[in-house]
Design a protein around this ligand. Structure first.
Ligand code: HH2
Length: 412
């Protein structure tokens, strides 16, 4: 390149675009330099190992190869200044509102940008600082720990069974024993038909069967506990004898969960993440079964400043409720709740940012199957959303999610 530049008679000056194109046309790429991006949480470690780094070296260097941006909400002016100085001194950066430097604003949201190693050093330094920074240090430490956990194999285990979430994406097959579910209402009401469908889904590759007795679509008709038990209990009993995969009960009602567990259900799927009925956490803890905690809000509250930030914050409340009741951390599965208390644009953003949920370090389940955000994006009715569902499932897999909840098991 220098020779060509010198040949052009302007040594020392930058090349023009035309000259650069000329250089590129004669240049051979000896070192094959290119931008390497690590999408999946385990990819950087794999690349280092493939390069021939020994495990100790991987441990030492990985935190320096992971460039992170952490969003921090609502920081005081004093704390924002200290964070900015500390991040700069570590070789990273901290982004604040423009009025922070003018001292004309009291609080600011922030972005902390640096390597994992720089952020670990930040945590140590903040532990000695005032203005609420000790508390922030604890939160940052939890976040970095979650990130570490998310890169290790996650295994969900129940009473006598285990699901390894690290080998492949697991498929949860939907079995709605309801007359009114939004896409398959009325098809599997008869226990015999339900069991046949479950058997078919297992043959098609389902790793879990999720049995639901009440539709939760917007505007659904609520049913009584007795009616819900009447629908799901016989089906779960038959399934225990007929299929060899864990059975999940899709309910937010403690009485239904208890009866389903007695009938043989292996895990609980609570679309309200204990927030509708806090006793659900006790039911899961006492039975010693894993539980899916899903994010949800009443539709009237479907307004967000930062949709994924708020989902994460609200799921953390569910995690706290679980811990206090005695549910083990290894038995929690998180779900952003596609379509629950979210408008189509929120659902699309959640899909795009699923890796932020994965970074919390718990298995993540996503249920986009045939939902209306797909219908709205493609202008298609409910029975024409197979390709849209497949695209959403592919995105979830690429973002590192562990379980997908779907109607079309074979296709997905
Ligand atoms: N979606 C539905 C029901 N349960 N559970 C979890 N964990 N995640 C989900 O996304 C989810 C869920 C709604 O879908 P479906 O069961 O097909 O419809 P309906 O509620 O009308 O029965």
């Amino acid at each position: 390149p220098e020779r060509v530049g010198a040949d052009a008679g302007r040594a020392g000056q930058p090349l023009t675009d035309v000259e650069m194109a000329e250089v590129e046309s004669v240049m051979t790429w000896e070192h094959r330099v290119y931008v390497r991006r690590f999408g999946h949480p385990t990819e950087l470690e794999k690349e280092m190992t493939a390069l021939g780094v020994d495990p100790v070296g991987v441990g030492l260097m990985k935190p320096k190869g992971d460039f992170l941006t952490l969003k921090v909400h609502d920081v005081s002016l004093q704390a924002a200044h200290i964070l900015k100085q500390e991040m700069l001194s570590l070789g990273g950066e901290a982004v604040v509102h423009k009025e922070v430097s003018m001292l004309t604003i009291e609080r600011s949201d922030m972005l902390l940008m640096g390597t994992q190693r720089q952020l670990e050093r930040l945590v140590k330094k903040l532990r000695m600082q005032p203005f609420g920074l000790k508390r922030l240090a604890q939160e940052l430490e939890q976040v970095l720990r979650g990130l570490e956990r998310s890169r290790r194999p996650l295994i969900v285990s129940g009473r006598g069974w285990q699901l390894d979430c690290s080998k492949k994406t697991l498929v949860m097959g939907i079995l709605n024993v309801t007359p009114d579910s939004f896409s398959d209402g009325g098809r599997w009401m008869d226990p015999e038909a339900a069991v046949a469908r479950a058997r078919e889904m297992v043959e098609e590759g389902a790793d879990i069967i999720d049995v639901g007795g009440e539709s939760t679509r917007p505007g659904h008709v609520p049913i009584s506990v007795e009616e819900e038990i009447r629908r799901v209990e016989p089906v779960i009993r038959c399934l225990k004898a007929e299929v060899d995969v864990p059975i999940s009960i899709d309910t937010y009602k403690p009485e239904v969960a208890l009866r389903a567990l007695e009938a043989g259900a292996d895990l609980i799927n609570d679309i309200w993440g204990f927030r509708r009925h806090p006793e659900m956490a006790q039911v899961a803890a006492e039975a010693g079964v894993p539980v899916v905690v899903q994010h949800n809000r009443p539709m009237e509250m479907a307004a967000y400043d930062d949709v994924m930030g708020e989902i994460i914050q609200e799921l953390r409340n569910s995690i706290d409720m679980a811990r206090q009741a005695g549910v083990k951390d290894e038995q929690l599965i998180l779900d952003p709740g596609i379509g629950f208390g979210k408008r189509p644009e929120h659902n699309l953003e959640v899909m795009r940012r699923l890796d932020e949920l994965v970074a919390l370090g718990y298995p993540v389940l996503v249920g986009p199957s045939r939902k209306s955000f797909i219908g709205q994006a493609l202008q298609l009715p409910v029975h024409d959303r197979l390709e849209g569902t497949a695209a959403a499932v592919a995105l979830a897999v690429a973002k590192g999610c562990h379980i997908v909840r779907v109607h079309d098991v074979k296709e997905m």
